[in-house]
Design a protein around this ligand. Structure first.
Ligand code: ATP
Ligand code: MG
Length: 370
């Protein structure tokens, strides 16, 4: 069959062997695969097994005649659209042709056929069939390509999500170690220093003063350790949850940047798993960093809204307004990362700016898998 697969097939249905042979001979050099059926029944069997570019159907046959065979062919899924050309005797009248059309034929030819007419009519349907086959192949190919693209996008997304998770875990571990190990070492140092200072003989003012300076330096180092550790992974996020972490981050942001940052939260905090909390919090940090770096704003209003099973985090600044170009720009990696952050939960990020008035960013995260 494979050798024939590239050739269009034509089904010739006629109870008269001589007619079948004549039709075959006429179609012989058209490069077609010609299949013969000797009865209406036989034709019905053939169209179940094969796809035909066109069927040449003798109208009058004993048993299942051409009209009946045509309407049965029309009713079958596989042959529903297969064009059928009727072959009627020259003596037959208009009603017979009309019946053929009624049964579902698309054309008719008077027997004996004029070779040029037969060949040109068959040629039209074969060309149509081949065109259709080509279109179908194209559609199939495009579907496959889309499927491939979708799969590789899924893979990349899964990889990105995994990298985020690994990075968060790594940061949390480093934060814990810095906090615990360095923190304890510094606390120990400070106690030792106090002990030493307490044993200085009276009148050792220079040494005593140096001890004070050292103690102050140790305090600063403790502060740095806290700052670095909570920069990596804010304890408040794990201990008090997303809302507390947002308030803490906003206050910290205001203190450092001088940009007024007010937070409005819903009364009740929703149930939120650690991964969603982390994603929302990191998104928030990125948005605030952008306000500080790009907006030239004097205030940033933060609102959290929980509605219809979705948590929305809105950060609106009164700065220069993000350019539309920057929103979707492939090199806006911070914003891209933001989208990727919330993608695993079916979340979205919308950012819009008005020149000279400010930028509003909304991060939405569904609270549960839908
Ligand atoms: N709040 C804002 N106001 C005005 N412009 C903004 C704001 N946020 C972002 N932008 C613009 O959008 C661009 C893309 O932001 P994005 O966070 O993707 O990158 P980035 O902050 O420049 O670098 P990073 O990868 O470190 O985040 C910025 O370079 C800036 O021009
Ligand atoms: Mg950024």
């Amino acid at each position: 069959m494979t050798g024939d697969a590239s050739r269009a097939s034509v089904l010739v249905v006629d109870d008269d062997p001589k007619s079948r042979l004549a039709l075959r001979a006429l179609l012989d050099d058209m490069g077609l695969r010609v299949v013969s059926a000797a009865s209406g029944d036989d034709a019905l069997r053939r169209v179940l097994e094969d796809d035909f570019a066109v069927v040449l159907m003798d109208a009058h046959m004993p048993g299942v005649d051409g009209f009946e065979a045509t309407s049965l062919i029309r009713q079958r899924e596989r042959s529903r659209h297969t064009p059928i050309i009727f072959l009627t005797g020259a003596y037959e009248d208009a009603p017979s042709v009309a019946r053929g059309y009624e049964a579902g034929a698309v054309d008719y030819i008077v027997k004996p056929p004029v070779p040029e007419i037969l060949r040109s009519k068959v040629g039209v349907f074969v060309a149509l069939y081949e065109k259709n086959a080509e279109l179908r192949r194209g559609i199939l190919e495009r579907r496959r390509a889309e499927e491939r693209a979708r799969r590789s996008e899924d893979n990349l997304r899964a990889l990105a999500a995994r990298l985020q998770r690994v990075r968060e875990e790594e940061w949390a571990r480093i934060a814990r170690e810095i906090h615990d190990e360095l923190g304890q070492a510094l606390t120990g140092l400070k106690m030792d220093l106090k002990w030493l200072a307490g044993r200085l003989a009276p009148g050792q003012d220079a040494l005593e003063e140096r001890a004070w300076v050292m103690a102050a330096r140790i305090d600063e180092a403790v502060q740095s350790v806290r700052r670095i550790a909570s920069g990596l992974r804010p304890e408040v996020l794990d201990q008090l949850g997303l809302f507390a972490a947002i308030e803490w981050q906003a206050a910290d942001f205001q203190r450092r940047s001088g940009i007024r940052c007010l937070v409005s939260l819903p009364e009740a905090a929703p149930e939120l798993d650690a991964e969603r909390s982390t994603a929302a919090f990191r998104a928030f940090q990125e948005l605030l960093t952008n306000v500080a770096r790009h907006a030239n704003a004097t205030r940033a209003d933060v609102r959290v809204i929980v509605n219809a099973g979705t948590l929305a985090l809105v950060v609106a600044d009164n700065g220069r307004g993000i350019e539309p170009r920057a929103v979707d720009h492939p090199r806006s990696l911070g914003l891209l990362g933001l989208r990727e952050r919330v993608m695993p939960f079916g979340g979205t990020v919308e950012i819009a700016g008005v020149a000279g008035e400010g930028t509003t960013a909304t991060v939405s995260i569904p609270l549960a898998v839908k």
